[in-house]
Design a binder for this molecule. Structure first.
Ligand code: B12
Ligand code: SF4
Length: 495
């Protein structure tokens, strides 16, 4: 099982690959290689393959730098060990199966959850049985056609086997994965639910989960968290679920259970869902240690929210009101906005960017503690959506091969920094980036634990005037300070 490098200096429990290890644990022998912890992961994988004990190699792959290491490693290994069956899973191969399977070095893709599909595939291959009926599988048929099998219903998450944390600890010390963050000294990354009930047209979760969501029970989450706290001293949790707060009941139940553990935690949510939460629930969640919540605000413009199929009931007013409401509970809202959405004319694209900049400033007025994350709009192939049709009509095309995906330009696309979308001019991209630089200068993220008070004050002083008079061009002096002090970007690095 290989988790290619996804983060430069932050180790996290490699949950994706650990779930897959759990699915075969006790039945097949497995080893794990974490690219975040290895100087030369290919050498490490080869050392295992050289023993002759391993026939299958599983990679988890998300777009961006993780994809780069995955491609380079897969290529090198397939050349040396052509008879090793290479199986990829995760968001990238599930959403881009053609480029992956036509590369020639990947044999199978698990499309979405692999908890049943992976062991079923290994069983079939081991016993020489047909694999074509296994759900959640993508493969290249003998005629060269990329074939997807039926999707499995979402699995009851409490029925899944416990994650093999102890065995993971035999490869790498668990404490290595419990990093120091804004939340605590030993932060556990935990994933308590899969999918999401919504269908935002820009989101990679939608084609895989098709508006389905399933969560572990509050008791099951608590049991795992408590185990890691008691055994390795975790004092904080990052919930990596796409949408942790889908169920108010589950969130409150978990809060009640975890309250006395004195842990600090963070999770992702929707504004419209959480604005319906009762005051008593928000209070219980905060009292249980939830300090900051990430929300995909996306846009303050109701028309753009509709264009994105944001679904639910979110509006611009609600975004502002909710930021204000959370102040009362001392929960920091972390709002992400998507700038640079397509529009019929360049003037409209520009007007929309200016609108969002003004809107973000309004949010900051009602609740200055709001953390703002800015992304430039990057299309994902949610075929059939109106926005996707608009994107194709504008001339945008996804790369066709895996090599294209790791070109520097496409890597920036993955990082949602330079979207390569034909409707955005370089000046527009500059404006978005420059505004972001100035904003981060005036309001440095609280999640940067290295940035002390003096540095914060200095950067705020430099950026304050620009912010006041809307002068965002050429913010070189702020950039220099951010570079020297290695200002961290939560949108890329997470916590
Ligand atoms: C944690 C995380 C990160 C961490 C990395 C953690 C690590 N592994 O070290 C950090 C913060 C570094 C990160 C960064 C980025 N991330 Co990220 N990340 C996640 C997150 C929140 C959780 C992943 C996880 O652990 N899931 C838990 C497991 C259990 O779920 P799973 O991965 O889906 O695994 C199941 C199946 O997919 C499948 N499966 C997965 N892998 C494998 C492997 C095999 C062999 C098999 C058989 C099956 C299989 O089976 C698993 C069990 O059912 C996901 C969203 C999410 N909730 O999943 C986004 C997500 C994967 N990231 C995403 C993105 C875009 C990024 C960035 C590119 C963002 C950016 N703007 O910078 C960066 C760049 C990454 C890089 N440097 O390469 C997107 C991918 C979207 C897409 N277009 O495909 C996601 C989906 C978030 C989103 N909704 O947009 N990320
Ligand atoms: S609410 Fe979030 S996770 Fe769910 S579909 Fe929309 S963007 Fe994706």
């Amino acid at each position: 099982m290989f988790n290619p490098q996804s983060s430069i200096n932050k180790y996290r429990i490699p949950n994706s690959i650990l779930n897959i290890a759990a699915s075969v644990d006790g039945k097949y022998d497995w080893v794990i290689v974490d690219g975040n912890c290895e100087a030369d992961p290919v050498k490490k994988i080869e050392s295992y393959l050289n023993t002759g004990n391993f026939k299958y190699l599983g990679f988890t792959v998300m777009p961006g730098p993780q994809l780069r290491q995955a491609i380079l490693a897969a290529k090198a290994i397939k050349q040396k060990f052509p008879y090793t069956t290479m199986i990829w899973g995760g968001y990238f191969p599930s959403n881009q199966p053609n480029a992956v399977l036509y590369s020639g070095y990947v044999d199978f893709i698990i499309n979405g959850p692999g908890d049943h599909a992976f062991p079923n595939l290994i069983d079939a291959l081991e016993s020489g049985q047909p694999f074509e009926f296994i759900k959640n599988l993508i493969y290249k048929a003998p005629d060269g056609k990329i074939t997807k099998t039926a999707k499995e219903d979402l699995i009851d998450q409490d029925s899944l086997p416990a994650l093999p944390y102890d065995k993971l600890g035999t490869f790498y010390p668990i404490t290595k994965f419990l990093g120091k963050t804004y939340l605590g000294n030993k932060t556990l990354a935990y994933h308590s639910s899969i999918g999401c009930p919504f269908t935002c047209s820009f989101c990679a979760v939608v084609p895989i989960y098709e508006a389905r969501w399933k969560g572990k029970s509050a008791q099951a989450i608590y049991k795992d968290v408590k185990y890691i706290k008691d055994k390795w001293g975790a004092d904080a949790i990052e919930f990596h679920d796409n949408n942790f707060f889908v169920s108010e009941k589950r969130a409150v139940e978990f809060s009640k259970l975890v309250k006395d553990e004195n842990m600090t935690w963070w999770g992702m949510a929707r504004i419209d869902t959480m604005s319906k939460f009762k005051d008593s629930s928000l209070k219980a969640i905060r009292e249980a240690g939830c300090k900051i919540i990430f929300f995909g605000a996306e846009s303050g413009n109701n028309e753009v929210l509709a264009q994105m199929d944001k679904g639910g009931t979110q509006t611009g007013n609600q975004i502002i009101e909710f930021a204000e409401r959370l102040k009362k509970f001392d929960i920091i809202p972390e709002y992400s906005f998507v700038l640079g959405t397509p529009a019929p004319t360049p003037e409209k694209v520009q007007a929309q960017i200016d609108f969002e900049i003004d809107f973000i400033k309004k949010v900051k007025v009602v609740n200055p503690k709001t953390e703002i994350i800015i992304y430039t709009y990057s299309p994902v192939p949610t075929e059939g959506s109106e926005m996707y049709k608009q994107v194709l009509a504008s001339g945008f095309r996804f790369p066709q091969t895996l090599e294209d995906w790791i070109s520097p330009a496409w890597e920036n696309f993955d990082l949602r920094k330079n979207p390569l979308t034909p409707w955005l001019t370089p000046e527009m991209i500059d404006k978005i980036k420059n505004f972001e630089t100035v904003l981060n200068g005036v309001y440095p993220t609280v999640t940067d634990i290295r940035l002390n008070l003096i540095k914060r004050k200095a950067i705020q002083l430099v950026a304050g005037l620009r912010y006041k008079v809307n002068m965002y061009k050429y913010p070189y002096e702020i950039k220099l300070l951010q570079k020297v002090w290695r200002y961290r970007q939560p949108e890329i690095q997470g916590f």
